[in-house]
Ligand binder design. Sequence first.
Ligand code: DCP
Ligand code: MG
Length: 357
Amino acid sequence: MNRKTRKIIHIDMDCFYAAIEMRDQPHYLNKALAVGGKPEGRGVIATCNYKARKFGVHSALSSREAVRRCPDLIIVPPRFQLYKQESQKIRDIFLRYTKIIEPLSLDEAFLDVSDCEQLNGSATLIAQSIRQSIFEELNLTASAGIAPNKFLAKIASDWKKPNGQFTIKPNDIDEFIKSLPIEKIHGVGKATQKKMHSLNIYTCLDLQNKDLAFLMRHFGTWGERLSELCRGIDERSVKVSRVRKSLSTETTFNKDLDSWEKVEQKMDRIYEEFVYRWKKSNLSGDQVKSLQVKIKYDNFESMTRETQISDLPTFEFCLSFLQKAYYENSRPIRLIGLGVKLKVSETKKQRDQLPLF
Ligand code: DCP
Ligand code: MG
C-alpha cells in the first residue's frame, strides 16, 4: 500500500532566550549576550546570541569559561515565565495551520501540515508564513525545516539557521541523505561517532552500504533503526497529546566499565547531559518525583534504582546514589542511565510545555 507522503515542519526559534532579551532590551542588540548563571559561582550558560557564539560561547558552558572566551560578554539571568508565555504565543500561531503539534521544548516543535489546505497546501509556504507571523507579531526569528518526516525536518531546520528555512522534497531525499554526516543522526553521540569512524563510516551513504546484519552486530537492535534513518526513512508520527512522565539520558560505553573508578570518570559527562535536559525542559523541583539510575551489564541484564527527590539533584548526590547501585553487583557495565520520574498532574497540561527527548 502506498501511503500518502506526509508534510512535516520542524520549527526551531533562533537563540530563543537571548532573542527575547535582545528584543525587550534593545541596548543589548549589538553586544555579545548570554542568558545564564553568574560567572562567580557555578553558573552555566543557557544560551547566547550569535555574536557571542563567534567567541566559542555556547549552551551548557560554564559562565566562568564563557567570560574567559568572551570578556565583553553580558550575562543576564533567565526569565522562564516570560519564555513560557512567548512559547505559548508561538503555539497559537501554529494552531492557525494545524492541530497536530508536538512541542519538543519551549522553542521547538514538529507540525504535521499534511492536511492543511491553506497556501495551496504548500508546506514550504506554510513554514514561510508561520515564520513571518512570528516575526511580525513577536519580533522574534525562527528557522524551519520542511520534509516528509520528522528526522529530515529536524535536520533541515538547522540547515539555514538563523532565520532561514530549508525544504527536502521527497525526490530530493536520496541525494540529500547520501552526503549527510552520521553525526547528524539523532542518537549518534561522540562515542558512536568514534566507533563508526573506526569502521570507516562517515556518511549516511557509507551506512547504506553496510547490510543489516553488520549494523546489528555492531550497534545492537539500534542497527535496524539506523538502517532506516540512513535512507531517510522515519515513520514516527507527530504526537499531539503525550504527557511527559520522565526525562532521562542513557550512555552506552565503547568499552564496558569494570571498576568504580572508571564509572566515576564517566559520570561528569552523564551528569552534564542530564542537567542539560533538565534545563532545556525547564523543570522545577515540584514537578519531579524521583531520581532513577539504570545500569545495564555486559550480559544485557539491567537494573534500576530509584530515590525520592524534590529538586535538581547535585552531582555528588547522583554519584553516591549510583555508587550504591554499582556495588550491588560486580559485573562490567555497558550502559548507565540517569533520569527523573515526573509527577503526572491531571490538571496541568505539561504536554504544552515539556520537551520530549
Ligand atoms: N537551553 C538551556 N540549556 C541548554 C540548552 C538550551 O537552558 N543547555 C534553553 C535556552 C535556549 C532554548 O533552550 O534558548 C532552546 O535551545 P536551542 O538548543 O534551540 O538553542 P537556541 O534556541 O538558544 O539557539 P539556536 O538558534 O541554535 O536554536
Ligand atoms: Mg532554538
